[in-house]
Design a protein around this ligand. Sequence first.
Ligand SMILES: CC(C)(COP(=O)(O)OP(=O)(O)OC[C@H]1O[C@@H](n2cnc3c(N)ncnc32)[C@H](O)[C@@H]1OP(=O)(O)O)[C@@H](O)C(=O)NCCC(=O)NCCS
Length: 163
Amino acid sequence: MDAKISIRPVQPHETVVVAAIFSAAREQLRFLPRLHSPDEEREFISACFRTEQILVAATGGTVCGFAACHGDWLNHLYVHPDKQGQGCGDLLLARCKVVSQGILQLWCFASNRRARQFYERRGFTIAELTDGSRNEERLPDIRYVWRTPPGGAMTSPPASGTA
Ligand SMILES: CC(C)(COP(=O)(O)OP(=O)(O)OC[C@H]1O[C@@H](n2cnc3c(N)ncnc32)[C@H](O)[C@@H]1OP(=O)(O)O)[C@@H](O)C(=O)NCCC(=O)NCCS
């Protein structure tokens, strides 16, 4: 694990880098149909900046992943393919849990085996399985839910946000 990953709120000028991470990480998911152009994905991320609480993971001053939450929904969690497997996703998810109201839920494509394993190892359980008819990609997906364990208050991360 990289010892110098910092987690912080996104800055308004970081739309392009966040959109690039979103596009690159989705490109890597071979089962996903490409329904939108890079321009459309940038526009989508710009809209998220207006509605979501976004945290980024940065190493050496470079943004390499982000998480976007709205209420108890974790709507997006993406790490750049070149930076995966170094602890960014784990730290982003841990911070989302700390700032949540004790519950988080998310949608994950059933075919996304790595992400499913990632969430299940971090306390998320399956709440709903779908046939995909309600999502844009028309792919079966899973609603996962995490709740603060009974009697288990989340511990705060270091004030610096550096792991
Ligand atoms: C899922 C994702 C967010 C995890 O982020 P990450 O930064 O790679 O995660 P971490 O480095 O914290 O490692 C998480 C786990 O993956 C494992 N891992 C690391 N490198 C790996 C690799 N190359 N292949 C498979 N697993 C790997 C780690 O050992 C760790 O295992 P653990 O769950 O037993 O602890 C990231 O892989 C990603 O962005 N994937 C593509 C987009 C996506 O699917 N997002 C979720 C949408 S619901």
